[in-house]
Design a protein around this ligand. Sequence first.
Ligand SMILES: Cc1cc2nc3c(=O)[nH]c(=O)nc-3n(C[C@H](O)[C@H](O)[C@H](O)COP(=O)(O)OP(=O)(O)OC[C@H]3O[C@@H](n4cnc5c(N)ncnc54)[C@H](O)[C@@H]3O)c2cc1C
Length: 412
Amino acid sequence: MTKNITIIGAGIVGIATASYLRRDGHAVTVVDMRPPGEYCSFGNAGILSPGSCVPLALPGVLRKVPGYLSDPLGPLAIRLGYLPKALPWFMRFVAASRAARVEKIADALRSLLQQTFDTYLPLTENAQCSDLVRQTGYIVAYEREQSYRNDALAWKLRRDRGVKVEPLDRAGLARRMPQLTGNYAMGLYLPEQGYVVNPERLTKALAAQFVKDGGKIEQRKVLDIEFGPDGPRTLITDAGNMSLETLVICAGAHSNEFSAKFGDNIPLEAERGYHVTYSDPDFTLPMPVFLPEHKFFVTPMEMGLRIAGQSEFAGINTEPNYGRAEVLAKQMQRFFPGIRETEATRWMGRRPSMPDSMPVIGPASKIPNVWYAFGHGHIGLCGGAPTGLAIADLIAGRQPRMDIVPFGVKRF
Ligand SMILES: Cc1cc2nc3c(=O)[nH]c(=O)nc-3n(C[C@H](O)[C@H](O)[C@H](O)COP(=O)(O)OP(=O)(O)OC[C@H]3O[C@@H](n4cnc5c(N)ncnc54)[C@H](O)[C@@H]3O)c2cc1C
């Protein structure tokens, strides 16, 4: 039976979910105060990584934090005044780093993300934008072999779950990516991974196709939700009220503002990241490269070369600190000396991050006809289409392709 479904959020997760629900014949309306793909889904690193099954919280994570924080070019920043507010989230983060928990999280993430390419394909074919997706693999480059040994657990978690990882010696790394001219000890090639050459354009192309296929997108800010006797009945927006039957929350880092109204207090943080995109860098790369000692990706996009990374905890509504983007620009100069800096743009985005690195996918715990699809943190582009299909399966009463229980809201 088809339903009237409203989705809050036109990022990649909301638009992929809308597309899959529309394919099932539902009447679907997406509500967002911005045009599609103009919030966190705008400026990510573009990586599509079915092998990204390693959570951020690994055993011993706390030991690394002081080093990251004291390094001015480090990947992590916490605004001191915000720390007390973020503390409960960090405590859950540390709790998620226990070895047994990490194995289970890796299983769940792998079951979601191994569907990445399969679930994007029908959407991009329909929207005639499959050229945005490249299955080139990506490179990981280590300056010190010891750092690779320190990351042994992360690589074991991937290999144990069937992710192909090909080691590269110094010469092999130079052959795969001659643009890396620094002093690298070794590298890895992950052949099954890929990327999107313009994440904003992907979301916009899928959104345009969704509308062509009969879906609706309303540009409004959702201010509140009113309840009837058997659940939410009305969206209060800055452009009038909208009646509701079935509701899906895909509002990225703002999603817990809505889930709280349904009695689910979900630990979601805005983990801010930055990019610098060089539209005229004077060279390109054959595929993305990840520098694990500094935690950033450099991706060859259709707009130029993009360096993206950084984890900044400073609250959702504070102004961007473009000093964090300057850190990325300095890294770019260090690893690609001579890169042409004219025409470089800087951006900040709010990753919707859960302490256990797992999105929330499934029904609200207390209210019928309300569904959650948010909290994808570092993997929202990879996880967008698999999440959309899972939500469509759940609403249709079909068995999703993966075990949905680990993603449920009841884990908190
Ligand atoms: C620097 C950086 C690099 C990244 N690299 C990668 C990567 O390589 N690969 C990857 O998979 N992921 C990556 N990510 C993560 C990825 O970008 C996010 O996980 C993903 O974009 C989240 O998508 P979303 O649809 O959940 O949220 P969003 O794109 O943030 O969309 C949420 C939408 O909800 C709307 N909204 C919120 N509140 C309201 C309201 N009250 N009324 C109306 N609308 C509302 C917002 O306007 C927004 O459009 C990266 C992130 C960053 C910051």
